[in-house]
Design a protein. Structure first.
Length: 469
C-alpha cells in the first residue's frame, strides 16, 4: 500500500506582512549588510535601533537625519526587551547566533543574515510598487533565484501600478457605499480591464474617475485603442508598455512587414485582423482602418493598433487618433523605436557625428498618386547632415539622381539597410552614383531604409552586429 502524500504540504516559513510603524526594531551590525536591511526597514516608519562598534557612513548620516538611533557599541540581551523584530547582520557568526538565541528566549522574531537555521523569519526579495508590494522567498534555499525572479518581475510590472493600487484604495469606500457587495468584484474587474486602469497608469486620474463613475452608474465597460509602435523588427527593442498592452488586448490590427516574432508576443486568444499596406496593394484603405478602430472600441474591446517603427513617423498614427478623438474613443499612444534609429544603430552608422553630421532629416521616398516624388531637394542635398529615406527602394534611382543634380558629389556615401535589426539584416554600402545599381543586383525584397551622408563612412569602423549585415 502506497504511503499517502502529506496534506497539506509543509512550509518552512509563512508569508506575512507586518505593520512596523512606531514599533521598535533592533539591528545588530553597522556594516554594508546591515545598511541594506535598514534601507528597507526605514520605509516602514519603524523605530530603528542599531547596535554596532561603528557605522558605515550611510548609517551615520541616517542617524544624523534622525532615521535611526545608534544605541550601543556592544550587544546585550536586555536591548531586545520591547522589540518586535531583530536582525543579526554582523560578520561574526558566533555573535549572530547569540543574538538569535536571546531573541528566541523572549519570543521575538529574529533573522540572521545568510544563516537560516537560527532564523525564525527570512527577508524576501521585494518588488516595490507601494502600496503594492510583491515579496518573493525561496524558504532560504535559493536566495539568488529569488533575486533573479524579482528582476524579471521588475521589468514586467510598470512603476505606475503603485499609483493604480492607491487610486483603488482611495475610492474603495465610495464603491462600498454605492455598489451592492455581490457586484463589487465585477465592477473592479471591469475597471481594471477597461480604459479606467490605463488612465490611472498614464496619470489621467480625472478620466479614470469618470470611467469609475460610469461603471458605478451601471454603464457597460467601454473600449479603448492602444496605438503601439513595435520598433524596427527586433522584439528586444519593444518598450515595457508596448509589451504589456500587446498581452492584454482583445483584438489586434497589424501592419505588413511586422515579423512573426513580434506578433507571437500578442495575447494568444486576441482576434487578429491584418490591415497591411504594400506598394499598390492595400488590404484596407486608411479610412476603413479608422472606422474599424472606432467600431471595435465601441463594442467595449481593448483594441491594439500595432505598427512597425513609430506610429508618428510616417506611420499615419496622427490620422488614426484624429478619428478616435472625434468619435470620443479613449486611446493612448506608445512610441516605438523608429526604423531610422534602430536600423542605423544595428548597421553601425550613427545618424549624427560631431565631425560629419550636425543634423538629420527624415523623408519618405514614397511617390504621390500622380507618380511624382516631390521633395525639397535643395535642402536635402547639403553637406554636414544625414538624410534618411523611408520607403525609398522603388524610387532609389530617382532619389540618388536628384541629390547629385542638386549639389552632392556623385561619390557621396550612401547605404541601404534591408530588414534592419533582424538576423537577416543586410547592409549595402556604396555612393550616390552607384547605390541603385548595387541594390539592383541584390534582389532586395524586405523592408529597407536608405541613409545618405558622410556618417556612412564610419560603418567599417563601428559595425557591431557581428556576423550579419
Amino acid at each position: 500500500m502506497e504511503p499517502q502524500a502529506q496534506w497539506p504540504p509543509k512550509w518552512q516559513f509563512f508569508p506575512v506582512f507586518l505593520r512596523l510603524r512606531g514599533r521598535r526594531v533592533l539591528v545588530v551590525g553597522g556594516g554594508e549588510v546591515a545598511a541594506r536591511k535598514l534601507r528597507l526597514l526605514a520605509k516602514t516608519e519603524a523605530l530603528l535601533e542599531v547596535v554596532a562598534a561603528e557605522l558605515v557612513e550611510e548609517l551615520s548620516q541616517a542617524e544624523r537625519d534622525g532615521v535611526l538611533r545608534h544605541v550601543a557599541e556592544v550587544f546585550e540581551a536586555s536591548q531586545l526587551d520591547g522589540c518586535l523584530l531583530v536582525i543579526a547582520a554582523t560578520d561574526d557568526a558566533v555573535l549572530n547566533r547569540e543574538v538569535a538565541a536571546a531573541a528566541e528566549i523572549r519570543g521575538i522574531a529574529v533573522n540572521v543574515v545568510d544563516d537560516p537555521n537560527p532564523s525564525s523569519f527570512v527577508t524576501p526579495s521585494i518588488v516595490d510598487r507601494h502600496p503594492l508590494l510583491i515579496a518573493i522567498a525561496t524558504g532560504a534555499q535559493a536566495p539568488v533565484l529569488g533575486r533573479r525572479l524579482r528582476e524579471k518581475i521588475e521589468t514586467m510590472l510598470p512603476a505606475a501600478y503603485g499609483r493604480l493600487a492607491g487610486f483603488m484604495g482611495a475610492r474603495r469606500a465610495r464603491v462600498q457605499q454605492t455598489v451592492p457587495q455581490a457586484d463589487r468584484r465585477g465592477l473592479w474587474e471591469s475597471f481594471l480591464d477597461g480604459p479606467g486602469a490605463e488612465a490611472v497608469l498614464s496619470g489621467a486620474e480625472a478620466a479614470a474617475d469618470a470611467e469609475l463613475q460610469h461603471l458605478i452608474d451601471g454603464g457597460a465597460r467601454r473600449g479603448e485603442v492602444y496605438l503601439v509602435g513595435a520598433g524596427p523588427g527586433d522584439p528586444d527593442l519593444l518598450t515595457f508598455r508596448a509589451l504589456r498592452l500587446m498581452q492584454q488586448c482583445d483584438v489586434v490590427l497589424y501592419d505588413a512587414l511586422l515579423p512573426q516574432a513580434i506578433l507571437d508576443l500578442v495575447r494568444r486568444d486576441a482576434e487578429r485582423i491584418y490591415v497591411g499596406k504594400r506598394r499598390a496593394r492595400h488590404t484596407l484603405a486608411q479610412d476603413q482602418i479608422n472606422s474599424e478602430l472606432v467600431r471595435l472600441a465601441r463594442e467595449g474591446k481593448r483594441v491594439l493598433r500595432l505598427k512597425g517603427g513609430d506610429p508618428f513617423v510616417f506611420g499615419r498614427g496622427g490620422e488614426e487618433i484624429q478619428r478616435l478623438a472625434a468619435a470620443g474613443i479613449p486611446f493612448q499612444v506608445v512610441p516605438g523605436i523608429t526604423a531610422a534609429n534602430g536600423c542605423a544603430a544595428y548597421a553601425g552608422i550613427p545618424l549624427t557625428h560631431r565631425d560629419y553630421a550636425q543634423a538629420c532629416i527624415f523623408v519618405t521616398g514614397h511617390q504621390r498618386q500622380d507618380g511624382t516624388l516631390d521633395l525639397h531637394w535643395d535642402a536635402l542635398a547639403r553637406r554636414g547632415q544625414t538624410v534618411v529615406i523611408y520607403m525609398g527602394l522603388n524610387t532609389l534611382p530617382d532619389c540618388c539622381a536628384q541629390l547629385i543634380a542638386h549639389g552632392l558629389p556623385p561619390d557621396w556615401p550612401a547605404a541601404l539597410i534591408e530588414q534592419g535589426t533582424s538576423p537577416e539584416q543586410r547592409v549595402i554600402v556604396s555612393t550616390l552614383d552607384s547605390l541603385a545599381a548595387a541594390v539592383g543586383g541584390q534582389q532586395i525584397s524586405g523592408p529597407s531604409l536608405v541613409i545618405v551622408g558622410e556618417v556612412v563612412r564610419l560603418r567599417d569602423q563601428l559595425q557591431w552586429f557581428a556576423g550579419r549585415g
